[in-house]
Ligand binder design. Structure first.
Ligand code: HH2
Length: 266
């Protein structure tokens, strides 16, 4: 999954692909490099980020989704807002990636009956991510009794709720949410014991590309985290991840090819 940020303020490339044309050129490049999914995001969720309005998100997303109709990659939209989900699905998006794990929908399923129906009908893929708190404050003092079991429990509950609302299990992808309300130790525990999330029986996605956890381990600024990102991607795959959300698609594809060629099948 290649990242296309249509934001002014994402942590590593905010502002670079704000215009429709710049975003499309970037999307084309990521597909040529081997991305199977494009993840379009119009609201940064980095720690401390300010929320975007529904209109701002839609103004940034809709022209790009329309231009990507018929593209060889699936189009995912990274959004927390049910109204944005509704409109991007109507415009042709294939997947919804919600960093809040669809909490707003499961808290009020009857209020979102039309969105759930749309997702059932189109067999929309749905990535449920775990986040403690919200982006404004999540890194202030994240605390867990047991991060792995709590994250697993949250993802299991959300997936069950949605299956209870008629979505199929094979529409759902799980993501422990590296860096979202988590210290280095929490992230490390989740990466090392990812099997506890994989054993829920749904594909697992990891987004760790260029994140500050890599800065904490290497001392490198965001522009110098490619080696760390590749090592983390391989560690995630070895632990059972089936999808990787990355900025550097070409380098990740190469790393995976070589690693698969020389590894025992897992
Ligand atoms: N991380 C970010 C955004 N969306 N979605 C999923 N499923 N998993 C992630 O780990 C994830 C995500 C980070 O967002 P942001 O800070 O805006 O930057 P970028 O989009 O460049 O990664």
């Amino acid at each position: 999954m290649g990242i296309v940020n249509l934001t002014p303020d994402s942590f590593s490339d905010g502002g670079r692909y704000l215009s429709r044309d710049a975003a499309l050129a970037h999307a084309e490049q990521l597909m040529a490099q081997g991305a199977d999914i494009l993840d379009l995001g119009a609201e940064s969720t980095r720690p401390g980020a300010q929320p975007a309005s529904i209109d701002e998100e839609l103004e940034r997303l809709l022209p790009v989704i329309e231009a990507l109709r018929g593209a060889p990659a699936a189009v995912s939209v990274d959004t927390r807002k049910p109204e944005v989900m509704r409109q991007v699905l109507a415009a042709g998006a294939d997947l919804i990636n919600d960093v809040e794990g669809m909490r707003s929908v499961t808290a009020d399923p009857s209020g979102h009956a039309d969105l759930l129906a749309q997702m059932r009908q189109h067999r929309t893929g749905l990535c449920l991510m775990h986040m403690q708190g919200d982006p404004l404050t999540m890194q202030e003092n994240p605390t867990y009794r047991d991060p792995v079991e709590q994250v697993r429990g949250f993802l299991q509950t959300q997936a069950r709720e949605l299956v209870g609302q008629g979505l199929a299990l094979d529409q759902i992808i799980l993501d422990p949410g590296i860096g979202f309300g988590k210290t280095l130790e929490h992230n490390q525990a989740l990466m090392r014991r990812l099997g506890r999330v994989c054993d829920l029986g749904m594909p697992v996605l990891i987004g760790i590309s260029r994140k500050s956890v890599l800065g904490a381990l290497t001392g490198r600024p965001v522009q110098e985290r490619l080696a760390g990102s590749l090592a983390a991607a391989l560690a995630a795959v070895r632990s059972g991840a089936q999808l990787l959300r990355v900025h550097d698609v070409a380098a990740t594809v190469d790393a995976l090819r070589v690693w698969h060629a020389f590894s025992e099948p897992v």
